[in-house]
Design a protein around this ligand. Structure first.
Ligand code: ATP
Ligand code: MG
Length: 774
């Protein structure tokens, strides 16, 4: 018979073709980014089906995200057309896990309609378990326990199989709490994400017939992004594949970025031992990125010691170098990127225009997103945030906004309901009902109802005492808003701190609590741009409204972690600063291993770019509420100069820079710095003098904006026909080192400043910055 038509084989290179045509037995495709692993994996599925080797429902393909699964299914549908009945199972470990467990729930002590808990539900349940065990939840927070249990589940440990050596955490009580938690889940007919695989592993182990059934059923198994599987996923796969050994795994050790969540790069490195006789196929041709981008990424990842090492090449046209630019602060970084995106849409530098769908901003930490969201809203640039709620929709931000709303409008009942017992103030459902009844009877707001309920002793005990504190504080804050509206930034911070809200997250020792605190800091920082809490809340209300998924082209904002496997014509990589990227946490907790995982993340970021990659860093960033002079990331230094084009930020053109410096030499930074000084934190703090000053300068250059802070602080002066904002006697300024002060004398470029704490000083910042704006 004639060979079946297989057009997808035609656009594969010989190595990819071998991977597609080696249908039986274990196969590993271990290759760098953009070499067509996913493409070959998809072609392999099509080939299995059209050669008649397997029926669609005999194939199981596991991808890393639901989005990737969707895309693979769409591609298969296009390849196979109408000719084929049914489709293979393509999904994530979770989605496949749910499907299987529903069929066999009773073997895990569940009913088939079991519910899957989300993170919030899981925490609530853990809290109950902790309290029921008579443990002080303040000392041993549920989040911490959740982290421990998730870690155990990632390693496929049931309560009985957690090694004794591991049980020391949580005062030695975690093992028992884990068992109690599993029991509670069963009682509730529920499971968490980790259980989806864990239950099936147990079922496979204890019920040979079930395991056999699925070994016969899934005759071919394919796994994408294998480097990021954890042990439970590995065990689950091996159980299914050990019979026929028709398992094809693809991945890249250089892109293993989920170690912090239990992923084991060892899984991919051990593949040939696990499956003796496995065929190993390496791909070296990269089809995604132009040569400079590829070379920069390859040089960067070469800094890692723990790697197999591979060489990648491409035949694409030379294209652009990786662009590198330093900015004064995160706001300016966002502003510049917004402008750059608008230019790309029109087509700059002789390049074809790039649509918004082709542009991505990949951040290391989600708190970086806020500056971009605010900026893009201001200029009306459509964007979407992938992998996590948009900034203003996060739980902690909504809580904080509810506090601000209630302080501004005491009759905002929704806000009241959201926060009256957050943090816990000992108010049960009954207490809240009482307040509602009182409010209804008196026809007043809930806040007023609460005051009446407390004063007329309708409520008593701890709850009543704490409620009184809450009500009094709200009244105080409300007065302050009316009487001293311009203290809104300090007030916002005070509200969060004095209400106990900040403390609530500080007490949580969980991995995400830090991120939430960061987000709260970001929120307070955002307030600086507005002249009142009210103005800010109006802005946020508009932000939240602007939230439809309408199919229009949009810029994508996402974390580097979520970007794995994706590609975009243009990629922005902001925030390449020490402490942010590599993140301080990964350095502190992971040492060299942590650093290498961060470097892999940088590699993943760069290799998402097809034609344009733009790395940026800011000289100042607010960290933990404090302005900090930031150093450019060591990864910036590791980029090979011959593949990098250093851009001069706007406002610096015409300025001269010292040639000193390491790596790339002088790195201009808006604010007027050269590379050498960037590496001396102390020197920079002096030279930059006042971030507040620079922010005002930036603001003066903006279009006049509605609710923004009064630009009176900035007075214009004309130099060479260009408006220059300068300080005048009496202006309040902020200095990195000396804090707040007032300008007492202006002498040409120099200012005399009386600092509130540090006394009188002469500022020399004006002489160190360029005089010209573009
Ligand atoms: P990553 O490691 O980032 O997941 P990958 O190895 O899975 O990358 P793919 O996403 O499959 O790479 O492919 C990268 C790009 O190269 C895609 O746009 C794909 O269509 C293209 N490509 C892959 N192989 C070929 C080929 N043989 N000819 C032309 N284009 C190809
Ligand atoms: Mg891929």
């Amino acid at each position: 018979a004639a060979a079946p038509r297989a057009p997808w084989l035609d656009d594969l290179n010989p190595a990819q073709r071998a991977a597609v045509e080696t249908l039986d037995g274990p196969l590993l495709m271990l290759a760098g980014a953009g070499t067509g692993k996913t493409k070959a994996l998809t072609a392999r599925i099509a080939h299995l089906i059209t050669t008649g080797r397997a029926r669609p429902n005999e194939i199981l393909a596991v991808t890393f995200t639901n989005k990737a699964a969707r895309e693979m299914k769409e591609r298969l549908a296009r390849m196979l057309g109408q000719a084929v009945e049914g489709m293979p199972w393509v999904g994530t470990f979770h989605s496949v896990g749910v499907k299987l467990l529903r069929r066999h729930a009773e073997l895990a002590g569940l009913r088939s309609n079991f519910t899957i808990l989300d993170t919030d539900d899981q925490l609530r349940l853990l809290r109950q378990v902790i309290v029921a065990a008579g443990i002080d939840e303040k000392r041993w927070p549920a989040r911490q326990l959740a982290h421990v249990i998730d870690g155990w589940k990632n390693r496929a440990w049931s309560p009985e199989s957690v090694p004794t050596a591991e049980q020391g955490v949580f005062d030695g009580k975690a093992g028992a709490l884990y068992a109690a938690y599993q029991q509670r889940l069963r009682d509730l007919n529920a499971c968490d994400f980790g259980d989806l695989l864990l239950h099936m592993i147990r079922i496979f182990r204890e019920h040979d017939d079930v395991l056999e059934q699925y070994r016969r059923r899934f005759r071919y198994i394919l796994v994408d992004e294998y480097q990021d599987t954890n042990i439970a996923q590995y065990v689950w796969l091996r159980l299914l594949a050990d019979g026929h050994r028709n398992i094809c795994c693809v991945g890249d050790d250089d892109q293993s970025i989920y170690g912090w969540r239990g992923a084991e790069v060892g899984n991919i490195l051990r593949f040939e031992q696990d499956f003796p006789g496995a065929a190993v196929i390496r791909l070296e041709q990269n089809y995604r990125s132009t040569p400079h981008i590829l070379a920069a990424a390859s040089a960067l990842i070469a800094g890692n010691r723990a790697r197999l090492g591979k060489r990648l090449w491409t035949t694409l046209d030379e294209g652009e170098k990786v662009r590198l630019i330093g900015h004064w602060d995160a706001e300016e970084e966002a502003r510049w990127i917004g402008e750059e995106i608008e230019a790309m849409q029109r087509g700059t530098r002789g390049m074809d225009p790039i649509g918004l769908d082709g542009i991505a901003i990949l951040v290391r930490a989600s708190h970086q997103m806020r500056a971009f969201e605010d900026r893009f809203l201001t200029i009306g640039l459509p964007y979407r945030v992938i992998g996590g709620p948009r900034f203003y929709e996060r739980q902690e931000i909504r809580d904080a906004l509810a506090y601000f709303r209630l302080a501004v409008s005491p009759d905002d009942d929704l806000a009241f309901e959201r926060i009256v017992n957050t943090p816990k103030r000992g108010l049960g459902d009954k207490a809240v009902q009482t307040i509602q009844t009182v409010a209804r009877t008196h026809r007043v707001s809930l806040l007023e109802g609460a005051r009446i309920a407390v004063e007329s002793r309708l409520l008593s005990g701890r709850g009543a005492a704490e409620l009184r504190v809450f009500v009094d504080a709200m009244a105080r804050w409300h007065r302050q808003i009316l009487e001293e509206p311009d203290t809104h930034v300090e007030l916002a911070q005070a509200i969060l701190d004095e209400s106990g809200y900040t403390g609530m997250w500080q007490a949580e020792k969980s991995p995400d609590a830090g991120g939430r605190l960061e987000n709260l800091k970001e929120l307070v920082k955002a307030l600086e741009e507005f002249d009142s809490l009210q103005g800010f809340l109006e802005h946020v209300a508009l932000v939240m409204e602007n939230d439809s998924e309408d199919g229009a082209e949009k810029v994508t904002i996402m974390t580097l972690h979520a970007a794995k496997g994706l590609e975009f014509p243009a990629v922005f990589l902001p925030g390449w600063e020490e402490g942010l990227f590599p993140s301080q946490r990964s350095l502190d907790e992971g040492g060299l291993k942590g650093l290498e995982e961060e470097r892999r993340l940088a590699y993943v970021g760069l290799t998402r770019a097809e034609r344009v990659a733009i790395v940026s860093f800011a000289g100042n960033r607010r960290v933990h509420g404090q302005w900090q002079a930031q150093l450019p990331s060591r990864f910036v230094d590791e980029l090979p100069p011959e593949h990098v084009e250093v851009l001069t930020p706007p406002g610096l053109q015409g300025g001269g820079y010292g040639a000193a410096g390491t790596g790339l030499g002088a790195l201009p930074l808006s604010g007027g710095q050269s590379g050498s000084a960037l590496h001396d934190r102390a020197a920079r703090a002096d030279v930059y003098a006042s971030p507040g000053w620079r922010r005002m300068q930036a603001r003066a250059a903006l279009q006049p904006m509605g609710r923004r802070r009064d630009p009176q602080e900035v007075r214009g002066l004309t130099i060479d026909g260009t408006a220059m904002p300068v300080h005048a006697v009496g202006d309040r300024v902020f200095h990195q080192k000396f804090g707040y002060g007032r300008v007492t004398r202006v002498d040409g470029d120099k200012l005399d400043i009386a600092f509130e704490k540090a006394g009188r000083r002469r500022s020399w910042h004006d002489s160190s910055r360029p005089r010209r704006r573009p």
